[in-house]
Design a protein. Structure first.
Length: 320
């Protein structure tokens, strides 16, 4: 539980009850990301305190609601932690990321840093039992990365710039390299830059410009403007990182450069999660766990959050 900004405590709570359309999951691991840190620091306020954080989760089904068919008790699953309504106009059009009634786990509804959680059955994805936990706690942010890549329209053989090599940027570098894209990366943290290079990216040289695509993942002020200067005419800029500062570029420059701006918000149900899970089951699955740097037991959750601010890769909490 987050009891106040910056303060976490492990507490005992009643086991949640499984509704008719739900599954009860014994959690095995939960990853940490920038959204969790924003709530942890108080920059993003939860609906109430105390509050359960976490949304990048994997576990095992231990109970099924009476109306649930398909999932089985004992199956390992990953959780798609954005519960869209599936009935509004954006949902019916396949743009569930724009659902106004979307429940965001760990942000608007309680999170996954718990021994047991209840999840609507439509938002659990069975996965192979042999997959490492380090891979599974990365499925949700990997799906964010793959959705951004899909929306960009980037093709194998093209090149791009990724700004930011936090865990989201690292997973994006990995996905793009696997797609056959030449990836240049801009990241001031040497350890994170080195990890991006280990995934097949290249540090951005000072003389490289005219790139067809830019992905901004950091949310740091001013970096979008830097990246836009590296784009070719008719280039595409995909913004993933959250930043409330005004964009310091004139509409004239965007028009003259014929730049396409895409705001890539999470992913769309069910296509994007389905594709990520399918990739894990392919003959050459991505090793998502290659972006993981540190794991902590639940009793050390405060240390896990402290580490996540500066870690070279993904930090996760082991609930197994």
């Amino acid at each position: 539980m987050l009891t106040e900004p910056g303060a976490l405590s492990v507490v005992s709570v009643p086991e949640p009850s499984c509704g008719p359309g739900d599954v009860l999951i014994r959690m095995r691991g939960t990853g940490l990301c920038g959204s969790d840190l924003a709530v942890h620091t108080g920059r993003r306020r939860p609906p109430s305190l105390p509050w359960i954080l976490g949304h990048e989760g994997t576990g095992r089904i231990v109970e099924l609601g009476r109306e649930v068919s398909g999932p089985r008790i004992g199956q390992d699953v990953v959780i798609e932690p954005d519960y869209c309504c599936l009935t509004c106009e954006p949902c019916r059009a396949g743009r569930t990321s724009a659902c106004a009634g979307r429940a965001a786990v760990g942000l608007t509804v309680p999170g996954l840093l718990s021994d047991y959680v209840v999840v609507p059955a439509a938002f659990v994805w069975p996965v192979a039992a042999h997959l490492p936990l380090e891979d599974l706690v990365c499925v949700e942010p990997a799906t964010v990365a793959r959705a951004a890549m899909r929306r960009s329209g980037i093709a194998p053989g093209q090149s791009c710039l990724v700004i930011g090599a936090g865990s989201q940027g690292l997973l994006l570098c990995q996905a793009l390299v696997g797609h056959g894209v030449t990836v240049f990366v801009q990241e001031p943290n040497k350890a994170r830059l080195d990890r991006a290079c280990s995934l097949g990216a290249t540090p951005l040289p000072p003389d490289v410009d005219g790139l067809p695509c830019l992905f901004e993942t950091s949310g740091a002020p001013g970096v979008v403007e830097q990246g836009l200067r590296r784009l070719a005419k008719h280039g595409t800029a995909v913004l993933i990182g959250m930043n409330t500062a005004p964009l310091g570029v004139s509409p004239r420059d965007l028009v003259a450069g014929q730049i396409t701006l895409i705001g890539s918000m999470i992913y769309d149900h069910p296509v994007d999660f389905a594709q990520t899970v399918s990739a894990l089951e392919s003959e050459t699955p991505p090793r998502l766990g290659a972006v993981v740097s540190d794991g902590y037991p639940l009793d050390d959750v405060q240390e896990a959050f402290t580490a996540a601010y500066t870690a070279s890769g993904k930090v996760w909490v082991d609930l197994s």
